[in-house]
Design a protein around this ligand. Structure first.
Ligand code: SF4
Length: 193
């Protein structure tokens, strides 16, 4: 792939997610896909038959051949910020299928796993300070755990950083504290605390 997003993907593959996540911020809000090239296109174009997370990307490309040109050309002409947001959203949602950000599901698989393993303290800190961050599940859990146990943190800023409502954040914090209490009781019951 030789599109503008290639360099961002390559950096992410090497563990530097910042170029991709920063570029994605150029397509903010809920309506980020309005200027996407796939808007009003047949969705089936972006879910090629035989492509999936456990397939070998080269075999998929060989089998599907020219039929991939159309969706991939559309992705290549998508505004860079939109394509980056598209890819980041697919990673956040752990989307296993479909072409996203120009990558086949089979090409994206490794990146998806790397995203889930990602645990950047800096990203967690920025989210806790109220910066809207694209967090992996692990980072999101860490941010919720910090909020639930640190009364000095500002709920409004944290809710903004996590992209949730104030009420939902408080619910997540309660759920976290409840799970911790349950785990502690279990440990005491088992005589290991
Ligand atoms: S990069 Fe994403 S938003 Fe853009 S055309 Fe491709 S699938 Fe659609």
């Amino acid at each position: 792939m030789t599109t503008a997003i290639s360099g961002l993907i390559e950096a992410a593959r090497q563990g530097n997610w910042l170029p991709l996540t920063e570029e994605a911020k150029g397509a903010p809000g809920k309506h980020w896909a309005e200027s996407a090239q796939c808007t009003n296109q047949d969705i089936n174009l972006f879910v090629p038959p035989g492509d999936g997370p456990r397939e070998d990307a080269n075999s998929v490309k060989r089998k599907l051949g020219f039929s991939l040109n159309r969706p991939r050309n559309l992705c290549a002409s998508c505004p860079l910020a939109v394509a980056s947001r598209c890819l980041v959203e697919s990673l956040k949602n752990d989307d296993e299928f479909g072409i996203r950000g120009g990558l086949l599901a089979s090409e994206r698989s490794e990146l998806r796993h790397a995203w889930q393993r990602r645990a950047s303290e800096e990203s967690v800190e920025r989210a806790l300070q109220g910066c809207s961050e694209a967090l992996s599940k692990r980072e999101r859990s860490a941010a919720i755990a910090r909020f639930a146990t640190d009364p000095s943190l500002d709920a409004t800023a944290v809710a903004r950083g996590l992209g949730v409502t104030h009420e939902y954040l408080l619910k997540l914090a309660r759920r976290y504290r409840k799970s911790q209490t349950a785990q502690t009781s279990l440990r005491i019951g088992a005589g290991v605390a």
